[in-house]
Design a protein around this ligand. Structure first.
Ligand SMILES: NC(=O)c1ccc[n+]([C@@H]2O[C@H](COP(=O)([O-])OP(=O)(O)OC[C@H]3O[C@@H](n4cnc5c(N)ncnc54)[C@H](OP(=O)(O)O)[C@@H]3O)[C@@H](O)[C@H]2O)c1
Length: 281
């Protein structure tokens, strides 16, 4: 099996690259501005000429698209910026590979394709993105579902692990400060990065039940408010004396109050402690 991770210099991409490598899989990784491993290959996914010549020289069994602009605020400021990195690479990939390609594309998508009003969204829930980030992620999903029969959409949410901006900040606060204040009216489904990687590897291995679906939710097994999650992480750090304080987020036009997801395709009961503890060592 030969795997390509597009966006291997990112938080998720780099973890996936290492994970495949550890399993002895032949894996290539690309970067755009940050060559964090000497073997990573430079590729601008917004440049059709570059993408096309990259795939003229190389073939893969699985292509994981983990490059994106996930900066919700920046995407909100400009739909064009959101489109450029969240949709254009998919168009370039489809045009470069062509309709007869035997490569399977795995697209990393997001909870933001939902509207955040009800939560507990499953693979069969209606999408209704409220932000440019969510709208462009959904557009990319639709392009793939329509034009590449051998593609999978993997929606994940609030991926947590060492190197993740929110997770590192939260763990730092809980370890080193007297108190941290978190919203108790914003809900989400934190996903341990090692769990995400193990599910993606399962998707790439042959003859498994995950291949019966085109859209898959890979998320943590519990819905938390941000406040509850901070309390949960504090419990996993017994030396911490940090007090977690609850506050309410103000309602606003773009407030996504409950983006929690579930998976009807996967059973993800009771695994969190073990996966989250790994990230705290
Ligand atoms: N992190 C989460 O909690 C989360 C949750 C749900 C879904 N997702 C999805 O998972 C995917 C990966 O997220 P992440 O957190 O790993 O993102 P990230 O850390 O921001 O990484 C983004 C990647 O995109 C690359 N990139 C940026 N511009 C590029 C360009 N023009 N051409 C090629 N590559 C370019 C970056 O390369 P350089 O750094 O080298 O410039 C980097 O490797 C995204 O699709 C995101 O929507 C993430």
């Amino acid at each position: 099996m030969k795997v390509l991770v597009l966006g291997a210099s990112g938080f998720i991409g780099n973890y996936l690259y290492d994970s495949f490598l550890q399993d002895g899989v032949v894996v290539d990784g690309t970067y755009f501005t940050r060559k964090i491993k000497p073997e990573y290959i430079q590729l601008d996914l917004t440049n059709m000429t570059e993408v096309s010549s990259f795939f003229k020289e190389r073939t893969y069994d699985f292509i994981i698209l983990a490059a994106a602009n996930k900066n919700v605020k920046q995407c909100e400021d400009s739909y064009d910026i959101a489109y450029k990195l969240n949709v254009l690479p998919v168009e370039h990939l489809l045009n470069s590979l062509g309709p007869s390609s035997s490569s399977t594309i795995i697209f990393m998508s997001s909870d933001y394709v939902f509207d955040g009003t009800k939560g507990n969204y499953s693979e069969t829930s209606d999408t209704n993105p409220q932000t440019n980030y969510g709208k462009t992620k959904l557009l990319a999903e639709e392009l793939l579902l329509k034009n590449a029969s051998n593609s999978f959409i993997v929606r994940t949410s609030a991926v947590m692990g060492k190197g993740g901006v929110f997770f590192d900040w939260l763990v730092g606060e809980i370890r080193n400060t007297e108190n941290v204040t978190m919203f108790d009216n914003i809900f989400f489904t934190p996903t341990p990065i090692s769990y995400l990687a193990s599910m993606l590897k399962k998707l790439c291995s042959s003859n498994n039940e995950l291949k019966n679906t085109r859209v898959l939710h890979v998320v943590g097994g519990r819905k938390f408010s941000r406040y509850e999650f901070a309390k949960y992480i504090k419990e996993l750090i017994p030396s911490s004396s940090c007090e977690v304080i609850a506050e309410k987020a103000q309602e606003s036009q773009f407030m996504q109050k409950d983006l929690s997801m579930v998976s009807v395709k996967l059973n993800s009961d009771n695994y969190e402690d073990e996966y989250f503890k790994r990230e705290l060592v």
